[in-house]
Design a protein around this ligand. Structure first.
Ligand SMILES: Nc1ncnc2c1ncn2[C@@H]1O[C@H](COP(=O)(O)OP(=O)(O)OP(=O)(O)O)[C@@H](O)[C@H]1O
Ligand SMILES: [Mg+2]
Length: 229
């Protein structure tokens, strides 16, 4: 996917992505300070927020191929199972119960199948939202801070799910996170966002061990993560 001169004015904030490329089949990370425009950009890519001008070349992806799991998971007022199969239902797919169970088990939610989704803990809600995004085999998944409430074991589980998927049948991921250890572990490419623009792109190794851009250096100086060694 290629983005060129994408502009969106939002109150006093201007999103202005001059150029960005998200290579197919790769795990991309977007990092940057609060309010730099990460969520705004992901909503525009997702198609849920209109933009003022510019171009997004989806390179053949259609809205049906794209899914996003957000900072505040949107769950329906029904049980876990119904939430999970919803994307399959709207696409008119027949529901293979063993496939649904496979995902519930992956997320450790098999005992909660009949539980009212909004009574799940916030971490469980995020897990549900994550597997619901994956269940219909999307080609582009945007993960906006979805995994930030997870305990270390669960976060590890989701990292493994992403890496397993990439080993089996690579899809494109855009993962937005302030957890740089997570970004470092799973991403092929990292994009750094500042004041509405993507101003640096590098492999995690280059970005974290040898950052070139002064803004990235400043951003990393405030983190406790050392990636060397
Ligand atoms: N509807 C709106 N009207 C006015 N300003 C908005 C609106 N929506 C977002 N903004 C502003 O746009 C800027 C970018 O917000 P965005 O949510 O994209 O940041 P972010 O990089 O995702 O931050 P965070 O790391 O905190 O999630 C912020 O300053 C925000 O206040
Ligand atoms: Mg955000």
């Amino acid at each position: 996917m290629k983005i060129t001169d994408l502009k969106k004015q939002q109150g006093s904030f201007l999103l202005n992505v001059t150029g960005a490329t998200f290579e197919k089949g790769k795990v991309h990370g977007i990092i940057g300070s609060n309010g730099s425009g990460k969520t705004t950009l992901s909503k525009i890519i997702m198609g849920t927020l209109p933009y003022d001008s510019g171009n997004i070349d989806y390179e053949g992806l259609t809205p049906r191929d794209i899914t996003m799991t957000g900072q505040r998971p949107y769950l329906m007022h029904t049980n876990v199972y119904n939430n999970l199969v919803y994307p399959l239902k709207v696409r008119g797919e027949t529901i293979d119960e063993s496939y649904v169970d496979y995902w519930l088990e992956k997320a450790g939610l098999q005992d909660k199948k009949k539980q009212y989704a909004l009574s799940l803990s916030s971490g469980e809600q995020q897990k549900l939202s994550f597997i619901r995004a994956l269940i219909f085999r999307p080609k582009l998944v945007i993960v906006d801070e979805t995994l930030s409430n997870l305990d270390p074991d669960s976060a590890d589980l989701f990292e493994r799910l992403i890496l397993e998927q990439q080993a089996k049948d690579p899809i494109t991921w855009i993962t937005i996170s302030h957890q740089l250890v997570h970004i470092r572990k799973i991403c092929d490419m990292v994009h750094f966002m500042e004041k509405g623009n993507i101003i640096a792109k590098a492999t995690p190794r280059e970005m974290f061990e040898n950052p070139a851009h002064p803004s990235v250096i400043r951003y990393l100086a405030n983190t406790e993560v050392s990636f060397k060694g």
